[in-house]
Design a protein around this ligand. Structure first.
Ligand code: FPP
Ligand code: MG
Length: 278
């Protein structure tokens, strides 16, 4: 009993300390859009003698924790790579588990009082969703529709409080059945269709294409930080257009389920150091 009380007390102290740290960090410059390539779930599972499915489930818990930390930091847009189009080449059992996990977790996130409602976050699932099973598409339509009008997330760190409260649209983009090359090809196709309205002057600019990217259509701010876990140094067809000379790219060695606040804080500090150095 005493041991349980002490553990509870320790957890509360750690939680308080983490919240204070996030509050202090939020007073400095904060990236508007951070993306995560959540890699290493299977290696984490193997290393911990767990089933692969448990590795992915633990990966979702990290996503939830990180999302809350990002919202407390007043990061207004978070994107995560949850299922690459290439992942359809995995075993039917693993795909089936990932699809059921996505369905259950999207349903969970859309529940009354859960994190999206608590913080007023708009959720978008970006990618070729028509390739996903119908029950997942149905869960996507549900969560997107109930968060569609979430456009009043109130940020109030000491800095923004001085300027009065800052009301923003907080966004979570879950990329599912996604490939950046497919996104770019789709955007080019849409730009051509639009330009056909004026056939006498067919001229497609970079901006025309950019305007048709999933991230632009979902009104996400420019990507400022991209983090890939698990020590692999590749972009793996994620947000290729959005990564530009202003995007800070970080490769960290932790497997995604082990990635925590203490891995993320140095990345935020590095962003702040560069922002102050400008
Ligand atoms: C990459 O690790 C991870 C994935 C392919 C799945 C990521 C999905 C989640 C974290 C849960 C998603 C939740 C929602 C709401 C959609 P890996 O399988 O490539 O592992 P490895 O690199 O060790 O092989
Ligand atoms: Mg991987």
């Amino acid at each position: 009993m005493l041991l349980r009380c002490l553990r509870w007390l320790r957890a509360k102290v750690v939680q308080r300390a983490e919240r204070l740290l996030l509050h202090v960090l939020a007073a400095g410059p904060i990236p508007k859009h951070v993306a995560f390539v959540m890699d290493g779930n299977r290696r984490y599972a193997r290393m911990n003698h767990k089933a692969i499915s448990q590795g992915h489930s633990d990966g979702f818990l990290t996503l939830r924790r990180l999302l809350e930390a990002c919202l407390r930091l007043e990061i207004r847009c978070v994107s995560v790579y949850a299922f690459a189009m290439d992942n359809f080449r995995r075993s039917p059992e693993e795909i089936d588990h990932l699809m059921h996990l996505a369905h259950d977790k999207l349903r969970e996130l859309s529940q009354h009082g859960d994190i999206l409602e608590q913080y007023g976050v708009r959720l978008n699932v970006l990618g070729k969703t028509s390739l996903l099973p119908e029950y997942v598409q149905e869960a996507i339509r549900h969560v997107e529709s109930i968060t569609r009008n979430n456009d009043r997330c109130v940020f109030s760190t000491p800095v923004s409080a001085r300027k009065a409260e800052l009301v923003v649209t907080a966004i979570l983009n879950i990329h599912m059945s996604y490939s950046a090359q497919d996104e770019i090809a789709t955007a080019v196709e849409s730009a051509i269709h639009i330009s056909l309205d004026n056939p006498s002057d067919i001229h497609i600019t970079e901006k025309d294409v950019e305007d048709q990217l999933f991230t632009s259509l979902s009104r996400s701010p420019p990507l400022e930080v991209l983090v890939r876990t698990s020590g692999v140094k590749r972009l793996s067809d994620y947000l290729l257009w959005q990564c530009n000379e202003n995007t800070q790219i970080h490769f960290v060695s932790a497997y995604w389920p082990d990635f925590g606040l203490w891995d993320f804080v140095p990345i935020v500090l590095n962003y702040q150091r560069k922002a102050w150095g400008k």
